[in-house]
Each structure stands twice: as C-alpha cells, then as structure tokens.
Write a protein that binds this ligand. Structure first.
Ligand SMILES: Cc1ncc(COP(=O)(O)O)c(C=O)c1O
Length: 401
C-alpha cells in the first residue's frame, strides 16, 4: 500500500469529529498536488508543454491549483469552457472531443482558443462555415485515429481500432487537403490521444515514437510545416498495485531522447494529461455504518458509495484502502479481526461495491476507510443523484502542519 501522509489521516479523523452524522468525504491534499506538478514540469523538455485535461477533475479548487502550474487547459465541452473562463486571462486553452456543438465552437472562437481538435470531415466543414461567418481564422489540429501496432495498446485504446474518435487514416488525406485549401483554417498539426491507463513507461515511449514518426511522414507527404503535435494524455494509475506506479523518471529521460531526434526542432509538442496530474492528491473517505455476514461473505456497509466514488466499478477494480480507527462515540464493537471484507455503500443495488475480498486487521462500526488515488474521474463521473443522498464533505488540506 502507498504511504498515506499523516496530515491526511489527521484531517480525516478531525473531519469525523466535526460531523454529527457518519462521514463521507473527499480530502484533497493541495501541497502534494503542487509538488507533484512541480516535479512533472521540472522533468519535461523545454519543447514540451503540459496541458491539463479538465475532465479528469473539474473541481474549481483543483482546477485553479492545477492551472497555476500547467501550460494550459484542455476542454471537451461548452460546460468546461464556462468553468475555465475565469482562468483564461493567464492560460491558453484547447478544445477537443467528439460531438462539439456549433454554439460551443462559437464560444471557443470568441474566447481565443489556442487550437481546436477537429474530429471528422463533417466537423471541419462546420468549423470552416463558422470561421468564415466570423471572418476569423481557426487554429486547428486534426485528430487522427492512427493505426497502432497491437503491442502498443492498453485496456482503453481509442486509436487504431473502430472508435468514435478521430479521423480514419483512409479519410485523412482528403481532410488535410480540405483544411489546407481553406483560408479560414490554420492547420497547425495533428492530435493523437490514443489510449488511457498506460502503466508502462517503455511502451509509452514506443507509442510516442510511433506517433511522432507517423505525423512527420504525414506532414511531409502533404507539404505541411508542422507547428504543433498534441500527443494526448493517457498515463495511468495502478489501482490494483498502488505501490507500483508509472516510472515517470524513466519516461522523462526517454522523452528527452525522443524530442532530440532530427526533424522535431521547432515543433511544439504538447501533452493533455488528466488522471496522472490529479489522481494522487485525492482521497475518498467512508465511515463504517454496519458490519454483517451474508452467505459466507463479510460486508462493511459504509456512508457514501459508488454514487460518490464510481471509479472502482467504472474501472472494474477493487479499490485499495486503509482503515483509520474511529475516535468518536459512534465507534462500537464487536470488532472484526483479520477478516476479509467487501465494502458496500448505501445504494439499493448489489453493484454498489467499492472493494472486495480486502483484508482488514481490525474493523468496527465507526471506523473510517480511506481510499487513496481518488483525485481523478471519481466524484465527477459518479451518478450523484441516485437515491438523493447528500454530497460528501469536501475538505482541502492547505498545509502539512
Ligand atoms: C482527448 C482526450 N485527451 C486527454 C484525456 C485525458 O486522459 P488521461 O486522463 O488518461 O490522461 C482524455 C480522456 O479521456 C481524452 O479523451
């Protein structure tokens, strides 16, 4: 299990004390977020920009904190654009994703979007029409559904196979020519977000090498002076073996070698990472309400559930957690010892399971379960209104006292 900072544990127990009802909460460790981002930025080559994919966690406090450290923001909807608007005086933004509305594109052009990631021939036509109507040249990267060798895939691959994302390699030459022919499009380069959940730095570097080479070839074939290549996001979090995370140092070292290759000088490379930026700073916290056995299995029923933390069922894993012995009056026996438990929430569905067959040394009603790696695709991807439970408490740790 990964080390949980003492300050987080202490905040969890203090939060419990401050609540009259049993606790469900998110704790965000902001100093840890800061230092994680500082490290990533320090290790990246100068030519590489780090953008934040807002969809990973659009919480305004997190967003503001992340925005202060990254080079820009990636959005995928008009709603995300509204959310980041207060930050746009300081940071550029890019707009990607399928199914963009005309009204979203208009808003993005009005706000001075740094690049629009065009997903299809039809979307390009709509953009040309709007740009012409506005008499405003639109900066564009074409999103390619690039062919990928089997060895480069992960369990969530969006390129090299039939998905709703990006432009098919067969259709691409005509789309490039159309973009080049329009005076309302400034074709800056290409965008490839090929996959998520990449846990292997070596394979990731191979993937990037493949993308860089393919995009350079395409540019050459079409006489395009490449200005920008967006290499997507996709670095994963190891939820199953939390102590074995992505080897960032090796990745950064390999990236320096990759970008030094001939032909890339003067090309701006950009990442739009989500999960890897914010996952580590977030913790989800549940208080044990009840302990019971059913058909030979031990369950801990806890405050909250997958309507607040949908990440484990969404990713199909049993989420790791630590037990914090409750200090309040609600703690009561009998206490389980050396037991294997499933962690269930408060919903009326057997799918409301956050962890299963997890070993606990001691556990009683009134104890807290603290789930790390909960800062991305957690609260914001959850079906929050199911059963009309209130939202969890949100707590922001400002300093490690
Ligand atoms: C186009 C695009 N860019 C970036 C991301 C962020 O991916 P991740 O959180 O895996 O880094 C996503 C996630 O789905 C995406 O669809």
């Amino acid at each position: 299990m990964i080390e949980i900072p003492q300050a987080v544990k202490q905040a969890a127990l203090e939060l419990q004390q401050s609540q009259t009802d049993p606790l469900a909460a998110y704790i965000y460790d902001l100093p840890a977020l800061d230092s994680h981002l500082q490290r990533l930025q320090a290790d990246l080559p100068n030519q590489v920009e780090l953008f934040y994919a807002v969809k990973a966690n659009p919480n305004p406090v997190i967003l503001q904190r992340v925005a202060a450290q990254v080079d820009g923001l990636e959005i995928a909807s008009g709603g995300e654009l509204e959310l980041i608007t207060p930050l746009l005086a300081d940071k550029p933004f890019i707009f990607g994703g399928p199914g963009k509305l005309d009204s979203d594109i208009t808003a993005a052009l009005e706000q001075g979007v740094e690049a629009l990631h065009v997903e299809s021939a039809g979307e390009l036509e709509r953009l040309i029409a709007q740009a012409e109507a506005r008499q405003q040249v639109a900066p564009v990267l074409l999103r390619i559904n690039l062919s990928l060798p089997e060895s480069m895939r992960t369990r969530l691959t969006m390129a090299g196979c039939a998905t709703a994302f990006g432009i098919d390699p067969q259709a691409l030459p005509a789309v490039i020519e159309r973009a080049q022919a329009s005076r309302w499009i400034e074709l800056q380069g290409f965008h490839v977000h090929a996959l998520s959940h990449q846990l292997d730095a070596e394979r990731h570097l191979q993937l990037l090498g493949h993308i860089l080479q393919s995009c350079q070839q395409l540019a050459q074939q079409h006489g395009l002076a490449l200005k920008t290549l967006n290499l997507g996001g996709g670095i994963g979090i190891n939820y199953r073996q939390p102590e074995q995370q992505y080897d960032w140092s090796r990745f950064a070292e390999g990236l320096h070698e990759l970008v030094a290759q001939p032909g890339l000088q003067g090309v701006r490379l950009r990442f739009e990472m989500g999960r890897y930026l914010t996952a580590f700073c977030g913790y989800y916290l549940m208080e044990v309400l009840d302990l019971k056995q059913n058909h030979g299995q031990q369950f801990a029923i806890c405050r909250g559930g997958t309507h607040q933390f949908r990440l484990p069922p969404a990713q199909g894993h049993s989420h790791p957690f630590v037990v914090l012995t409750g200090t309040g009056e609600r703690r009561r026996g009998p206490e389980l010892q050396q037991a294997r438990i499933s962690v269930a929430g408060q919903l009326c569905t057997p799918k409301d399971i956050l962890a299963s067959d997890s070993l606990v040394e001691r556990l009683a009603v009134g104890d807290l379960l603290l789930f790390p790696l909960a800062g991305a695709y957690a609260w914001n991807i959850s079906h929050q209104n199911f059963l009309c439970h209130p939202a969890p408490v949100f707590h922001y740790l400002e300093a490690h006292g």
